[in-house]
Design a protein around this ligand. Structure first.
Ligand code: MET
Length: 347
C-alpha cells in the first residue's frame, strides 16, 4: 500500500462518467435524480453491471495516471451521489414517489417514506471491494449523509424529519462500519444540504451526523458544498454552516474555496481537522494553470498547516467533460508537486 505524501490529492468523489455509459446531456439537463433514473443508462440492463465495472476501472486508471494520491471509484455506478444509497433502503415507496424541494427550490420526485428506514444489506461494499482490488493507492468511499437524505425524501411515516434523519443515520453508520471492515481507508459522508438548510442542520442534522459516526474506527470525512456548479450557479460569500463541525468526531472536512473565492478565515474554526481543500473550479471546463491551483492552496497556509491539507476539487467532477476532468486532475497533482518542492525534503 502506498503511503501519503505531504499535501495529498483527491477527488471529492465523482469523476466524469463516459458518454457511452450514461446519457450525459440528459443527466446534466435535469436535476440530480433522487429516485432511480435507469433510463439514463445507455447499456441494456443485462450488460450494465459489467459496463459500470469497466468504466470504474477507467476512472481509477485516470486518477492514477493524473497522479492523484487518494483514489475513489468515481461514483461511476451512480445516477446521483445520493440516490444509489437512498433508494436501496427499506421503508420507502419508489413506485409512488413523493415530492421535495431541492436546494434551489425546484420540486423533485423523491423517495416517499412509508415505514421504518432500514438498511436491508450492505449497499456499497461490493463497489468498495472492486476499488480495493484495482488499485494499491489509498482509497476513499463516499456515502450520502443522513441529514441530506432526510431532506431528499417525503416523510409520510415518522412524526418529524428529525426522527427520519436518525434512522437514516443508523443505516449510514452500519454501512460505514462495513466499508471499513472491507478495506476502505477513508469514508466520506456527503452532506451538501447542511449548507443549504443551516437551521434544521443545527437543530438535528448535526446530531444525525454524529450518530452516523458513532463508534466508527477509521478515517472519516464530511463534505459540505454550495451544490454542483453545473446545477447551482451562484456562490454565497461564506458558509452558513461550518464552525458547527468543529465538535463533530470527523477527522476531515471537505469545503469548496475555488469558485467562491471563499474567505479562508473560516478555517480557523476547524483547528483540529484535516481540511480537504477544494481548489478546482467546476463551473468552467477550462483547466486551471498549475501555478493558479498552487496559489489557491498557499492561501490556506496562514490558517492551517500544510500537513493538515488535502488538495481536492470543489465538488464532484460528475458533470465535467472527460478531457477537462483529466486536465484538472493533472493541475492538482502538478500543484502538489510544486508545493512539496517548495517545502523541501524536511517538511
Ligand atoms: N461525492 C459527491 C460527488 O463527488 C458529492 C456531491 S455533493 C453535491 O459528486
Amino acid at each position: 500500500m502506498k503511503s501519503l505524501p505531504l499535501l495529498p490529492t483527491s477527488l471529492v468523489g465523482s469523476y466524469a462518467q463516459p458518454d457511452w455509459l450514461i446519457d450525459r446531456a440528459r443527466l446534466a439537463g435535469r436535476f440530480p435524480p433522487r429516485v432511480r433514473a435507469r433510463e439514463l443508462w445507455r447499456i441494456p440492463p443485462e450488460r450494465l453491471a459489467q459496463a459500470q465495472d469497466d468504466a470504474t476501472e477507467l476512472a481509477i486508471r485516470a486518477q492514477e495516471r493524473a497522479g492523484l494520491d487518494i483514489i475513489t471509484d468515481g461514483e461511476i455506478r451512480r445516477e446521483s451521489y445520493s440516490n444509489h444509497f437512498a433508494t436501496a433502503l427499506d421503508g420507502i415507496d419508489l413506485d409512488n414517489p413523493g415530492t421535495a424541494l431541492d436546494r434551489s427550490g425546484h420540486p423533485n420526485p423523491v423517495p416517499r417514506i412509508t415505514g421504518p428506514i432500514r438498511r436491508p444489506r450492505p449497499i456499497e461494499v461490493g463497489d468498495l471491494r472492486f476499488l480495493r482490488e484495482h488499485t494499491d493507492h489509498l482509497i476513499k468511499m463516499t456515502v450520502p449523509g443522513p441529514f441530506t437524505m432526510s431532506q431528499q425524501a417525503q416523510n409520510d411515516h415518522y412524526p418529524d424529519a428529525e426522527a427520519a434523519a436518525m434512522d437514516y443515520a443508523a443505516a449510514v453508520n452500519a454501512e460505514i462500519r462495513d466499508l471499513f471492515a472491507a478495506g476502505a481507508d477513508i469514508v466520506q459522508i456527503d452532506e451538501p444540504y447542511m449548507q443549504a438548510r443551516p437551521e434544521p442542520a443545527r437543530a438535528y442534522g448535526l446530531a444525525a451526523l454524529n450518530a452516523a459516526l458513532d463508534g466508527v474506527v477509521g478515517t472519516t470525512a464530511v463534505h459540505i458544498c454550495f451544490g454542483y456548479a453545473a446545477i447551482i450557479h451562484e456562490r454565497p460569500e461564506a458558509y452558513s454552516f461550518l464552525p458547527e463541525l468543529a465538535g463533530c468526531p470527523v477527522e476531515q472536512v471537505s469545503i469548496e474555496t475555488a469558485q467562491s473565492g471563499l474567505d479562508l478565515g473560516v478555517l480557523s474554526d476547524l483547528k483540529d481537522k484535516t481540511v480537504i481543500l477544494g481548489v478546482i473550479d467546476l463551473s468552467t471546463p477550462d483547466v486551471e494553470p498549475v501555478e493558479l491551483v498552487a496559489e489557491r492552496v498557499r492561501r490556506a497556509f496562514d490558517r492551517i498547516p500544510p500537513d493538515r491539507i488535502v488538495i481536492a476539487t470543489d465538488c464532484g467532477m460528475k458533470y465535467l467533460p472527460r478531457e477537462s476532468a483529466e486536465g484538472k486532475m493533472r493541475a492538482m497533482a502538478g500543484a502538489a508537486r510544486l508545493l512539496r518542492g517548495e517545502f523541501g525534503p524536511t517538511m
